[in-house]
Ligand binder design. Structure first.
Ligand SMILES: C[S@@+](CC[C@H](N)C(=O)[O-])C[C@H]1O[C@@H](n2cnc3c(N)ncnc32)[C@H](O)[C@@H]1O
Length: 230
C-alpha cells in the first residue's frame, strides 16, 4: 500500500483528486457498484424518516446524488462540498437544490437550522471524523435525524475475500479504464482511514446523538448509520 496523506496534506490531496475525477465520477460509481450506490442512497434518505418539506443537508454532496433522493421524498435539500469540480459536474436539472462550495467541518449554517443531514461515502475522506459529528450536532435541531453511508466489508469470510479481490483489484482497473488510475487505487486504500463500526457509534453518541443504529447493506459491502439529535 502506498503511504496515505494526513491532516492538511490529505485535505488538499482529496480535494484535488475529486476535482480531477469529477467529470466521470457518477459513471464510475454506477459501473463499479452495479447501481447499488443509488439503492443505498435511496434507503438512507428513506430511513431518515423525516416528513416531506424537511430541510436536509447533503454533506460532502459531490455531484448531488443524495440531493436527488431527498428531493424525491419531498424534502428541501442543500448540498455542501469543498470540490468545485464535483459541484460543477452535478448534472443540470438533477435537483432544484442549492449546492454550496464549503468545508463540511466548518458549515456556513446557524445552529440547529437543519431537520436532518445525509452524508455519502465521505467519512474516510475527511482529515478527522469527530469534528464532522460535532458540526452535525451543532447544525441539526433536537430530534433531527442523520444518515451516514459508507463502504464496509462482509462478515462472511468467503464474501469478504471476494469483496477484497473486487474492491482491491477490479475497482482500480475499472477506475483506470473509465477515469483516473491513481484516484481509484486510493479508493480501496482509503478504507484504512475508516474507524471500526463501534468507534463510529461511540463517537456519534459522544457528539450528542441518540438512537444510533448501524446496519450493513447488500451482504455487508456498505453500511448505513442513522441517529437522532438529542
Ligand atoms: C466519495 S465522494 C462522495 C460524494 C457523494 N456524497 C456521493 O454519495 O457520491 C466524497 C466527497 O467528499 C468531499 N469532501 C471530502 N472532504 C470534504 C470536506 N472536508 N468538506 C467538503 N467536502 C468534502 C469530496 O470533495 C467528494 O465530493
Amino acid at each position: 500500500m502506498t503511504e496515505l496523506p494526513s491532516s492538511s496534506a490529505k485535505h488538499r490531496a482529496v480535494r484535488e483528486m475529486f476535482d480531477t475525477i469529477a467529470p466521470r465520477y457518477d459513471l464510475v460509481n454506477r459501473v463499479m457498484t452495479l447501481r447499488l450506490d443509488v439503492v443505498w442512497r435511496r434507503r438512507a434518505a428513506r430511513d431518515l424518516g423525516l416528513p416531506p418539506g424537511s430541510r436536509v443537508a447533503d454533506l460532502a454532496c459531490g455531484t448531488g446524488d443524495f440531493c436527488r433522493e431527498l428531493t424525491r421524498l419531498g424534502h428541501r435539500p442543500v448540498g455542501f462540498d469543498f470540490s468545485m469540480g464535483m459541484l460543477r459536474a452535478a448534472p443540470a436539472g438533477r435537483a432544484p437544490a442549492p449546492l454550496v462550495n464549503a468545508d463540511v467541518l466548518d458549515l456556513p449554517l446557524p445552529d440547529g437550522v437543519l431537520d436532518g443531514a445525509a452524508c455519502g461515502f465521505a467519512l474516510r475522506n475527511l482529515t478527522a471524523i469527530p469534528p464532522l459529528f460535532a458540526e452535525l450536532a451543532r447544525v441539526t435541531r433536537a430530534g433531527g435525524r442523520i444518515g451516514l453511508l459508507e463502504v464496509d466489508s462482509p462478515a462472511n469470510p468467503v464474501l469478504r475475500w471476494g469483496h477484497g479481490v473486487y474492491f482491491g483489484r477490479v475497482v482500480p482497473v475499472i477506475g483506470s479504464l473509465l477515469s483516473d488510475r491513481r484516484a481509484y487505487r486510493y479508493l480501496p486504500q482509503s478504507v484504512a482511514y475508516l474507524p471500526a463500526a463501534e468507534v463510529l457509534v461511540d463517537e456519534l453518541r459522544a457528539a450528542g446523538f441518540v438512537a444510533v443504529h448501524r446496519r450493513q447493506l447488500s451482504a455487508g459491502i456498505a453500511q448505513l448509520i442513522t441517529a437522532t439529535r438529542s
